[in-house]
Design a protein around this ligand. Structure first.
Ligand code: APR
Length: 233
């Protein structure tokens, strides 16, 4: 009997470590993005207001890097499970779109997406490809910024509310590849625990939230996820 027969509402709560084996760098730890780039120059509204070209160029480099990567077996496990059990959800902090490229449709993107841009007056537009289609809104000429939650930004409250509801309703909460340091996402394991979910952490390293989990799998996502759902094929 596989896990997806035992649990009715499985939530995968993913962070940058979920995409590490695809080749997408994490933010913290060895080789992390924030050890190479100062987020105050590249990933906050003040930096964008100061030098929009510099910030857009940084995000185009990230788009090019992500486009050269591919989903790994762990992404496909989540997507295949969702096909068998439509209530399977991914709540991700990642902006790389890797879950969707593997076929997942039920994805809540807490921190936005590299593949969307936002006009302050005319809303959000899809924007795929290595470079941004346009830097300025063709309706009002405002600079278009990536639709990503930067440091200091408020999260979209509707997205947070949706994610909270999904986590509260889960009976199996599997966290994959997050350091658990950025709020409000860092609070989700506690919400899942308090809602009675069985909580599993997949991360080679422990962190401050690890104590909340019923089980820790100190393994890479691309190995741990196929093994965990081996009987669910
Ligand atoms: N499999 C599973 N976990 C991994 C792997 C792997 N192959 N490789 C690394 N990890 C773990 C690391 O041990 C670490 O705990 O992934 C985690 C990555 O942590 P962060 O780089 O801090 O990424 P994340 O937790 O997603 O960051 C949260 O911070 O900068 C903001 O908005 C950004 O969404 C991001 C948020």
């Amino acid at each position: 009997m596989g896990l997806s027969d035992k649990y009715k509402s499985i939530v995968f709560f993913t962070g940058a470590g979920m995409s590490a084996e695809s080749g997408v760098p994490t933010y913290r730890g060895r080789g992390g993005i924030w050890s190479q780039y100062n987020w105050e120059e590249y990933a906050c509204q003040e930096a964008f207001d100061r030098d929009p070209h510099k910030v857009l160029k940084f995000h185009e480099l990230r788009r090019q890097s992500v486009l050269s990567c591919r989903p790994h077996p762990g992404h496909y496990v989540i997507a295949e499970l969702e096909k068998m059990h439509p209530q399977v959800r991914a709540v991700t902090q990642n902006i790389d779109g890797m879950h969707q490229r593997a076929g997942s449709r039920n994805v809540t993107e807490l921190h936005g997406s590299l593949w969307r841009v936002r006009c302050p007056s005319h809303g959000i537009f899809d924007d795929m490809g290595e470079t941004f289609k346009s830097c300025k809104c063709d309706k009002c000429g405002s600079w278009l910024r990536p639709d990503i939650v930067w440091f200091g930004d408020m999260l979209n409250q509707d997205v947070v509310n949706e994610a909270n509801l999904i986590v509260r309703r889960s009976d199996l909460f599997i966290s994959v590849g997050t350091s658990g340091v950025v709020w409000p996402a860092a609070g989700f394991p506690k919400i899942a625990k308090e809602s009675g979910a069985h909580c599993i952490e997949i991360n080679p390293e422990p962190n401050e939230m690890s104590y909340l989990y019923d089980k820790a799998i100190r393994e890479n996502a691309g190995i741990a996820l196929p093994a965990l759902f081996d009987e669910d094929k």
